[in-house]
Design a protein around this ligand. Sequence first.
Ligand code: SAM
Length: 267
Amino acid sequence: MPELDPRILAFYGQGREAGRLRGDVPSGPLEFARTQELILRFLPPGPLRIADIGGAAGIYAGWLAGLGHSVQLVDPVPLHVEQATADHPGVRATVGDARALDQPSDSFDVVLLMGPLYHLVDRDGRGQALHEALRILRSGGWVFAAGIARFAAVMDLLVRLDRLHEPEVLRAVEDAVATGVLEDAPMFTTAYFHLPQDLVDEVADAGFQNPRIFSVEGPGFLVSDFESRWADPQRREAILAAARLMESEPSALAAASHLFVAAQAPG
Ligand SMILES: C[S@@+](CC[C@H](N)C(=O)[O-])C[C@H]1O[C@@H](n2cnc3c(N)ncnc32)[C@H](O)[C@@H]1O
């Protein structure tokens, strides 16, 4: 298995990922709802063989298994694999790395790659992960890949978290805007922040066809009183409507938090 940056292992070893999309991070439920919506827009009729690469504690894998699909989760963090196995009995979970998968070629209808592309800081590593996704997919199969957008941290740290004035934070974010690479930032771990077109190009260069890119959260991740607004059905609908209104206009993608790409293997 390729070596994982020890800072990534230590960060996720804290066990905080299991609750992130359930509300431990305020806009997590928005990210989850919109990613589910985008997946369902493209998911072919099932039952399907789905690989969730970088699936963490299994929130998407468990949901998809509950819909009747056969789901294999792969993650390099042993704690995530233990959590996914304990919390989602319908999911097969194993330790592994997106860059060198144990799964046989041509063995899945759908691959989720929602995590590895924003933790692999060099383009070769991201290319390997995409090539491995393509290898294990059947011809015509779908990949759903996530990225973090280049300016997400600037907006989140200024507007919502109010930490951009901290010199150490500002320095890390300035470097990330210049290079895409976030390192030694106190609030996250080693990460790569994509410009939208670069993510599309990486997916296409790996051999996938017709990649389509979307903003996942739209502007809703910046809402300061997110929990109370999300709890109100009308305001929740407005947050979702705003995300849909800004999901695919290229100039609006620059203001995204997470990016979602759907693309197909040739054939
Ligand atoms: C923020 S979590 C996302 C989890 C989930 N897929 C989601 O979208 O909410 C990022 C995940 O990517 C995993 N990851 C990081 N580097 C990876 C790699 N080289 N191969 C596979 N997974 C990796 C981490 O262990 C973590 O579970």
